[in-house]
Write a protein that binds this ligand. Structure first.
Ligand code: F6P
Ligand code: MN
Length: 313
């Protein structure tokens, strides 16, 4: 890792947001989410690994940890005093916290992405998108902030409020210190993280992946969206894909909770995020459970994927 993107200043998350003149209520909201993450880490480290006996809005079996993380985050948001609506990957409907939208924020989140990896002790994360006002069924380009928290060997928080992407690392007092400011992606990368079963790839996606392999890109895939995106972003080069599959034209990943926040962050770092046929952040959600294929990372790599898909599907 070169020096680019490293910060010279020592600042914690709250102070950083204050010093960069962020809106007071947005600062409060971001800090509430950061605080919630301390409790989520604790439940990951020591909590029950079993199932909850319920399913989420995608019909997937919920783990006790999914339900607990959702509850931790929701409680914080409910009591923050700055939230209008909440929508979570683990909940079947939009939760209205305040009918008065004036000056409030609405939040879409995945409380514990990759939760099925906890029992094998791999990295997982929380993903959050923040909108101004009440509406959460907006194209992602309307986000005012996006962040993720990565629970790996270290705990890091990556945030953008539309002024670049910054990484904060949790210290021994469980506070987030600024680690790297203005993280930037190179135009072309040399790592690839391919999600989905390869024998279900369409001809265009298969040809694109072969193209990456022939030019010597290294395979770096953990099966967790947050650590996989974090690797691309912090190494500054690479592409993650979870494409349309022959039996799943919309891929797997969820637009509101996963793709929009990550697309916002990657674009803020100078990268791109596409369905293979258009910009993720321009998609108008039809429902809270929309999914979309995704090619996300270095700009030229994403453009190359679009070329293959336009030609071969
Ligand atoms: O929630 C989505 C997720 O767990 C992501 O973290 C990951 O990228 C993807 O699903 C992996 O899905 P699968 O293993 O089912 O292909
Ligand atoms: Mn998820």
């Amino acid at each position: 890792m070169g020096e680019a993107g490293k910060t010279k200043f020592q600042s914690d998350l709250r102070r950083y947001l204050r010093e960069t003149d962020e809106d007071r209520d947005l600062t409060r909201l971001i800090c509430e989410i950061a605080d919630a993450s301390k409790y989520i880490i604790n439940s990951i480290r020591t909590g029950d690994l079993g199932v909850a006996g319920t399913s989420n809005l995608y019909g997937e079996e919920q783990l006790a940890l999914d339900v607990l993380s959702d509850r931790i985050l929701r409680k914080r948001l409910l009591h923050s005093g700055v939230v209008a609506n909440i929508v979570s990957e683990e909940c079947n409907e939009i939760i209205t916290v305040s009918a008065d939208c004036e000056g409030k924020y609405s939040v879409a989140y995945d409380p514990l992405d990759g939760s099925s990896l906890v029992d094998v002790n791999l990295a997982v994360g929380t993903i959050v998108g923040i909108y101004k006002g009440c509406d959460v069924l907006l194209p992602g380009r309307n986000l005012v902030a996006a962040m993720y928290i990565l629970y790996g060997p270290r705990t890091t928080l990556v945030l953008s409020t539309g002024k670049g992407v910054h990484e904060f690392a949790m210290n021994s007092l469980m506070e987030y210190d600024l680690q790297r400011e203005n993280i930037q992606l190179a135009p072309v990368g040399n790592i690839y993280a391919p999600g989905g079963q390869r024998n279900k790839y369409t001809p265009g996606v298969e040809a694109f992946v072969r193209y990456l392999e022939e030019k010597g890109a290294k395979l770096r895939y953990s099966g967790g969206f947050v650590p996989d995106i974090n690797q691309v972003l912090l190494k500054g080069k690479g592409i993650f894909l979870y494409p349309h599959l022959q039996d799943a034209p919309n891929g797997k990943l969820r637009l509101l909770y996963e793709l929009n926040p990550m697309a916002f962050l990657i674009e803020q770092a100078g990268g791109a995020a596409s369905t293979g046929r258009g910009r993720i952040l321009d998609l108008l959600p039809r429902g809270i459970d929309d999914r979309a294929p995704v090619f996300i990372g270095c700009k030229d790599d994403v453009a190359k994927a679009e070329e293959f898909i336009a030609r071969m599907g």
